[in-house]
Design a protein around this ligand. Structure first.
Ligand code: NAD
Length: 317
């Protein structure tokens, strides 16, 4: 199979690309290497992490429909895994118009191309944030997601609506994956684990929101990749699925495991809840499990792997 990964230099994209190529798929990527976080890390995912792999990378923007048309025409793609997006929840409150432009229009462009070039399966990244402040836990795909509480979440819900239209009218196979807090090696510097690791190693205070009263189904990146591959292979007609770890963990436990692995205590700055954030995201993952997938990595193992990578990459003893 020849698969286009949008956002291929990103955290999830680069990890997915590696596993797809390991099993013999051909990979084409597009990424604009935006500077939302350290661009060098994105370059290194391509240069160092994917060193020795054979893939085609287009440096460009998913909002450039002419470029997309060129890529789809030239590459004769079978499937699309659409991950490119502006991904930070909190940052979306600062720049909502840019979020709408990249996440909604960019997705629309890709759906148009998928329709035009008769793509066999279009899988795209949604997010657990679409559940907003829903009280019922765990979050299930059948729950209402009509009340997002950040511009980011609203753009992700919008992509699900657009994908539904293309499946319904044009028969395009689409599956949206609602990712639940992904972590692991080559992770994102704007996310909690990375910020905590940085603070603890430098001896700086770390911000603990909602005074630590938070919980998540933290999901190790390898589990995300295996679940995503199951969905890429399944060619489902029109679905939305949760993809998350199967154990609810508190934020305080997450920090404790990190402290153990770094061998250093955190200076915790207890703060109130941030606007746009939610206290708990717990996933009902029964739907995706029906495809034969299940998450296998506990935070004790996942955080250990993260710290090993973090120390090596940043040359920290
Ligand atoms: N990591 C998580 O916990 C998480 C949770 C929920 C949803 N998601 C979603 O999963 C996807 C991947 O997330 P990630 O954590 O790998 O983020 P990431 O920021 O590391 O990767 C996204 C990549 O897309 C690229 N990109 C952004 N705008 C682009 C544009 N206009 N044109 C081309 N490329 C562009 C970026 O340069 C980046 O390399 C995103 O859609 C995100 O919203 C992630």
């Amino acid at each position: 199979m020849k698969i286009l990964i949008t956002g291929g230099a990103g955290f999830i994209g680069s990890n997915l690309a590696k596993k797809l190529m390991d099993r013999g798929d051909k990979v084409v990527m597009i990424d604009n290497f935006n500077d939302y976080y350290d661009v060098q890390l994105k370059k290194d995912r391509i240069k160092k992490y994917l060193k020795g792999y054979n893939f085609k990378l287009y440096k460009g923007d998913i909002r450039d429909i002419k470029l997309l048309d060129k890529i789809f025409k030239a590459e004769k793609l079978d499937k699309v895994m659409h991950l490119a997006a502006l991904a930070g929840v909190r940052n979306s409150l600062l720049d909502p118009i840019e979020y709408e432009d990249v996440n909604v229009r960019g997705t629309m462009n890709l759906l148009e191309m998928a329709k035009k070039y008769k793509i066999k399966n279009f899988v795209y990244a949604s997010s657990s944030s679409v559940y907003g402040n829903n009280k019922k836990q765990p979050f299930s795909e059948t729950d209402s997601v009509d009340t997002p509480i950040s511009p980011y979440a609203a753009t992700k819900k919008a992509t699900e609506l657009l994908a539904h239209v293309y499946s319904h009218i044009y028969g395009l196979n689409t599956t949206g994956l609602r990712f639940f807090t992904v972590y692991g090696p080559w992770g994102r510097p704007d996310m909690a684990l990375f910020l905590f690791a940085d603070g603890i190693t430098k001896g700086n205070p770390i911000n603990v929101f909602n005074r630590g009263k938070m919980s998540r189904n933290f999901t190790y990146v390898d589990d995300i990749v295996s679940g995503t591959m199951a969905v890429i292979d399944a060619n489902l007609k029109c679905e939305v699925m949760n993809i998350g770890g199967d154990k609810e963990e508190t934020l305080m436990r997450y920090i404790e495991v990190l402290e153990d692995n770094l061998g250093k205590k955190a200076k915790k700055k207890m703060l109130p809840m941030q606007p746009g954030d939610v206290p708990a995201t717990v996933a009902d993952i029964r739907k995706l499990k029906k495809l034969g997938w299940k998450p296998t990595t506990r935070i004790e193992e996942g955080i250990k792997n993260f710290v090993t990578w973090y120390r090596e990459y940043y040359k920290i003893k």
